[in-house]
Ligand binder design. Structure first.
Ligand SMILES: CC(=O)N[C@H]1[C@@H](OP(=O)(O)OP(=O)(O)OC[C@H]2O[C@@H](n3ccc(=O)[nH]c3=O)[C@H](O)[C@@H]2O)O[C@H](CO)[C@@H](O)[C@@H]1O[C@H](C)C(=O)N[C@@H](C)C(=O)N[C@@H](CCC(=O)O)C(=O)O
Ligand SMILES: Nc1ncnc2c1ncn2[C@@H]1O[C@H](COP(=O)(O)OP(=O)(O)OP(=O)(O)O)[C@@H](O)[C@H]1O
Length: 449
C-alpha cells in the first residue's frame, strides 16, 4: 500500500522517479521520499512514431522535460536532497538545472522568506559528453502563442518573410486557441495536466508560489520539435524581460527569469550540445523593449485587436477568470494599457479595454509601482520602470491624454522629480544587439524595425 500524501515540507528528498512516452502521452513521475507518486501528463496530439535517426534526441528532450517540469513539485517541499533516478546527469545539465531552480524560484523564495542559495544541487557525474549530431530536422518553426501582443508581433514578422511555421500552445485556453486560429497558420495544441496530488499538497500547507513556466513551455516545445520535425522554436520574449523585478540581500529576483536572455542562451547552447545540433531555440523579440513591441503591435496587430489579451488571469488553471478578456485590475492590464497608449488611437484603446484605466484615481498606487515611484515593479510580466515613465511622459504631452486623472497627477506630482533627459520615447524604440535568431529567420527581425 502506498503512503498517503504528507506535508512535503517535512520531506528529506525530492525524487525524479521516471518518465515514459506512450501513444503521444508523456508521463513525468516525481515523489517526496517514499511518498505517493505525483504524475504530470503532457499529451502530444497525433504523435508520429519516432524515427531511428531522431531516437536519441527524443530521449534527451523527454528527459530534459522531466527535469525541468519537476520545478512545480520540488517547490512544494524544497527538501535538502535531489535524487535523479536512472542515468546520471553531466555537469552541464546539472548546472543548467541548478540555475533554473535557483533563479526561476527566486520570487517564490523571496515571498516565502526562504533562502535557496546553497540548497539546490542536482547530482552529476564528471564525464566527457560527446557532442550530439544534427538529425536532419525540417526547416520550419514552432511559434509559441500566449494569447497576448508579443507572440502576435513575432508571428506577423515571421509570416512577412514567408517562412514555414506552426502556431503552437500548451494548455486548454480558448482565448489562446482563438488567437492561434487568427494567425492563419497551421496550429498545434499540446495539453498539459499537472499531477492532481500537487493541489492536495497545497491544501496540506505545501510551499507555494511562482515558478518559471516559460522554461516548462519551452522544453515541451523542444520535445514537440523533435517529435514532429521542426528545426526552430521561436519565442517572443522581449529585452525588458531580462531586467530584475527587485534586488535583495545581494541577489536579483526576476519574475520573468525564464523569459530572460540568460536562460535563453543556456537552453540554446544545451540543446545544440545535448539534444540535436540542428535544433535552434531563440526569441525573435529579444532585441526589443516592451515599448518597441507595443509600437509594432499597434502597427501589425489590427487583425487581433478583438481577440488578444495579455491579462494573465485568463490563464489560471483553478482560480476565477475575468468576465471579459481584460480584468483591468492586474498590473499586466495596467502596463499594457499604458504601453499601447502612445502608439494607438485613444478610442481604439478604450474599446479594447472597455474603459480608461488612466482616468481612474483608485489605480494611482498600481501605476506608481509600474513607474517604480515609491514602490518596486510588481511581480508580473511588465516592462521596466524607466520605459513606463517614458510612456507616461509622452502621454503628458498629448492633449487627448493629459487631463486624465493619472496622467495629470504624473505631470504635477511625479514629473518634477524626474530627469527629463531620461524620458524620451525614441531610445526605447531602437533594437539592442543581443539575440540568437538563426540566419534563416533574420529577415523577420528587419520586419520589426
Ligand atoms: C495564471 C497565473 O498567473 N497563475 C499564477 C498564480 O496561480 P493561481 O493559483 O492564481 O492559479 P493557477 O495558474 O491556476 O495555478 C494553480 C496552482 O498550480 C501551481 N502551478 C501552476 C502551473 C504550473 O506550471 N506549475 C504550478 O505549480 C500554481 O503555483 C498554483 O499553486 O499564482 C501562482 C503562484 O504565484 C503562479 O505560480 C501561477 O503562475 C502560473 C505558473 C503561470 O502560468 N503563470 C504565467 C502567467 C506567468 O507568470 N508567466 C510569467 C513568465 C515567468 C517565467 O519566468 O516563465 C510572465 O508572463 O511574466
Ligand atoms: N500557453 C502557452 N503555450 C506556449 N507558449 C506560451 C504560452 N503562454 C505564453 N507562451 C509564450 O511565452 C512567451 C512569453 O509569454 P507572454 O505572456 O509574455 O507573451 P504573449 O502572451 O504573447 O504577450 P503578452 O506579453 O501581451 O501577454 C511568448 O513567446 C508566448 O508565446
Amino acid at each position: 500500500m502506498t503512503a498517503p500524501l504528507a506535508d512535503p515540507r517535512q520531506s528529506e528528498r525530492f525524487r525524479f522517479v521516471r518518465h515514459t512516452f506512450v501513444d503521444g502521452v508523456a508521463e513525468l513521475v516525481y515523489a517526496f521520499d517514499e511518498g505517493p507518486e505525483l504524475v504530470e501528463r503532457v499529451t502530444f496530439p497525433g504523435a508520429p512514431s519516432v524515427s531511428a535517426e531522431r531516437e536519441a534526441a527524443f530521449a534527451a528532450a523527454l528527459r530534459l522535460l522531466h527535469l525541468v517540469a519537476g520545478v512545480s513539485y520540488y517547490k512544494a517541499g524544497i527538501p535538502a536532497t535531489i535524487v535523479v533516478e536512472g542515468e546520471a546527469l553531466d555537469e552541464d545539465g546539472a548546472s543548467m538545472l541548478d540555475a533554473l531552480y535557483l533563479h526561476g524560484l527566486a520570487e517564490f523564495a523571496y515571498r516565502n522568506r526562504l533562502d535557496l542559495r546553497g540548497r539546490i544541487a542536482f547530482p552529476f557525474e564528471r564525464k566527457r559528453h560527446a557532442a550530439v549530431p544534427a538529425i536532419g530536422l525540417p526547416k520550419r518553426s514552432l511559434l509559441p502563442i500566449g494569447g497576448g501582443k508579443d507572440s502576435v508581433v513575432a508571428v506577423e514578422a515571421i509570416k512577412s518573410i514567408g517562412a514555414e511555421a506552426t502556431a503552437a500552445w500548451v494548455g486548454n485556453s480558448p482565448l489562446i486557441a482563438e488567437c492561434a486560429a487568427r494567425t492563419g497558420l497551421p496550429t498545434l495544441n499540446i495539453s498539459r495536466e499537472l499531477a492532481p496530488g500537487l493541489f492536495e499538497l497545497n491544501r496540506l500547507g505545501a510551499w507555494n508560489g511562482h515558478i518559471p513556466v516559460t522554461a516548462i513551455n519551452s522544453v515541451i516545445l523542444v520535445v514537440a520539435a523533435v517529435l514532429y520535425g521542426y528545426d526552430s522554436i521561436v519565442f517572443a520574449n522581449e529585452r525588458s524581460a531580462s531586467v530584475a523585478t527587485l534586488e535583495y540581500d545581494g541577489q536579483e529576483v526576476n519574475h520573468q527569469w525564464s523569459k530572460g536572455f540568460g536562460f535563453e542562451k543556456t537552453l540554446h547552447d544545451y540543446l545544440h550540445s545535448h539534444v540535436a545540433a540542428d535544433l535552434d531555440y531563440c526569441s525573435l523579440l529579444r532585441p526589443w523593449s516592451e515599448l518597441a513591441v507595443t509600437s509594432a503591435f499597434a502597427r501589425l496587430g489590427s487583425d487581433y485587436f478583438n481577440v488578444f489579451s495579455s491579462c494573465n488571469r485568463n490563464f489560471r488553471i483553478l482560480g476565477p477568470k475575468p468576465a471579459d478578456r481584460w480584468c483591468g485590475q492586474c498590473p499586466k492590464c495596467h502596463f499594457v494599457f499604458l504601453a499601447l497608449a502612445p502608439f494607438m488611437a485613444k478610442p481604439r484603446l478604450l474599446s479594447i479595454f472597455g474603459r480608461n484605466l488612466l482616468d481612474d484615481e483608485e489605480l494611482a498606487g498600481a501605476f506608481d509601482a509600474l513607474l517604480e515611484y515609491k514602490d518596486h515593479k510588481p511581480f508580473e510580466c511588465v516592462g521596466e520602470g524607466a520605459e513606463a515613465r517614458a510612456a507616461m511622459a509622452a502621454l503628458a504631452e498629448r492633449p487627448e491624454w493629459s487631463e486624465d486623472a493619472l496622467v495629470a497627477r504624473f505631470r504635477s506630482e511625479i514629473l518634477p522629480q524626474l530627469d527629463r533627459s531620461e524620458l524620451a520615447l525614441e531610445p526605447w524604440l531602437k533594437p539592442g544587439a543581443s539575440h540568437l535568431v538563426p540566419r534563416r529567420l533574420l529577415g523577420a527581425l528587419d520586419a520589426l524595425g
